[in-house]
Design a protein around this ligand. Structure first.
Ligand code: PBG
Length: 428
């Protein structure tokens, strides 16, 4: 509760300290008078002293209705001006000469109204893209390492989840399929089966919700028996150009099903240009490409790979995903993606790579996306379970910070929960 206290000049005295008797402020004449202030303040209050934004923001007024206020004003009874008074600190507070500061940045933070006016970055549900895991089953299966996330049955749970997300303003979705082992192969050909899980889900969603934006993931890993994003040669090398050939077929198949944005996440060289050409050749000039421009070889993808059972069967992804130590290399990727016709540049993961988000933002005119990945999500969820942090505040802060770094859109498993908070809903 904000303390609501009114003061009048009759009960205060001027305090002067220092050799030059410089003015410090006003304080109550005596503790008794202070008590009587508070008492009277409860009846008639006009001034709010608030220590932090954690306190209630509603200011107590005289309690009169607008009509009563108007009538009083018309009758010539105006409220007193706010009293010139500085409430005293606790006993033992030193009396000091005010610092001579021409600039006091705290002035612009002193009330919720002013803070809201000067807020530089905003977050809206329109900035959020919700990644969804789907599978062939009918049930929604919880994902152990990602509390609150499920492998959704594509015919039921998926439609339900999209409905709920739309309801709080999230209109963009990206689909990730859990493919049965029997359909996985070394060349990942299930990736371009027009009747595969992803194309079917896209068609269903587009039929039910024509206004949503559907993003797809273009990479072979969910379809690869090796768990890699590309075709693996017998000596373990990931084959670039042959993989790109498959990715083009995958992207076209997704476009044919109705995808709005195809998103190559494989990090093969030349895939954006090749996919653009393949889409155009099939008449899909309007299908956009969101390129995973700067995708780092990150430990933060762990829970995702569990969700899709897509862990590499051997080795790691360091010959195609970027080294977390590298900054300037992101510019090389951004330049090639731009030239090849990418519509959106994506950075992944997000929070540990905000410098890369800012780098691309400052060096490209294209929209920038950031992917708050599974490990980032799981970290916040897990520490909240142990009551180490406040989940909702950490969630909103992390998303706002990703926006501040320069991301237009954020792919996040928090998308629905965060949009709910923005709509004033509470999940707890
Ligand atoms: C695969 C892909 C991955 C993610 C998105 N697409 C995993 C990987 O590259 O191994 C990770 C997303 C997440 O961790 O939330 N192409």
């Amino acid at each position: 509760m904000a303390s609501t206290i009114s003061f009048s000049t009759a009960n205060v005295q001027l305090i002067r300290v220092g050799n030059d008797h410089s003015y410090v402020g006003l304080r109550p004449i005596s503790p008794q008078s202070c008590v009587s202030f508070v008492r009277r303040a409860k009846a008639k209050s006009s001034m709010v002293i608030r220590a932090s934004n954690e306190q209630e923001t509603s200011v107590k007024t005289s309690g009169r209705t607008i009509e009563e206020c108007e009538a009083a004003a018309v009758a010539g009874n105006f409220p007193d001006p706010p009293p010139l008074c500085r409430p005293s600190g606790p006993e033992g507070t030193p009396l000091v000469k005010p610092l001579l500061l021409p600039r006091r940045p705290r002035r612009n933070r002193k009330s919720p109204a002013l803070r809201a006016s000067f807020q530089e970055t905003n977050l809206s549900p329109a900035n959020l893209v919700l990644p969804l895991f789907i599978h062939e089953g009918e049930e929604d299966v919880p994902i152990g390492a990602m509390p609150g996330c499920f492998r959704l049955g594509w015919r039921h749970g998926l439609l339900d989840e999209v409905y709920k997300a739309q309801d709080v303003g999230v209109k963009s979705f990206v689909l990730f399929p859990k493919i049965p082992d029997a359909l996985k192969s070394q060349t990942g050909y299930e990736a371009f089966n027009d009747n595969g899980l992803v194309p079917r889900a896209i068609r269903l969603l587009k039929d039910k919700y024509p206004d949503i934006a559907i993003y797809t993931d273009v990479a072979l890993d969910p379809y690869s028996s090796d768990g890699h994003d590309g075709i693996v040669r017998e000596d373990g090398v990931i084959m670039n150009d042959e993989t790109v050939h498959q990715l083009c077929k995958q992207a076209v198949s997704q476009a044919r099903a109705g995808a709005d944005v195809v998103s190559p996440s494989d990090m093969m060289d030349g895939r954006v240009g090749a996919i653009r050409a393949a889409l155009d050749a099939e008449g899909f000039h309007d299908v956009s490409i969101m390129s995973y421009t700067a995708k780092y070889a990150s430990a933060f993808y762990g829970p995702f790979r569990e969700a899709l059972d897509s862990n590499p069967r051997f080795g790691d992804k360091k010959t195609y995903q970027m080294d977390p130590a590298n900054y300037r290399e992101a510019l090389v990727e951004a330049e090639t993606d731009e030239v090849e016709g990418a519509d959106i540049l994506l950075v992944k993961p997000a929070l540990p790579y905000l410098d890369i988000v800012r780098l691309l933002r400052d060096n490209s005119s294209l929209p920038i996306a950031a992917y708050q990945v599974s490990g980032e999500y799981a970290s916040i969820k897990a520490s909240a379970v142990f009551k180490m942090i406040d989940e909702e505040k950490a969630m909103m802060e992390s998303l706002l910070c990703i926006r501040r770094a320069g991301a237009n859109i954020i792919l996040s498993y928090f998308a629905r929960q965060a949009a709910g908070v923005l709509c004033g809903m509470r999940f707890k």
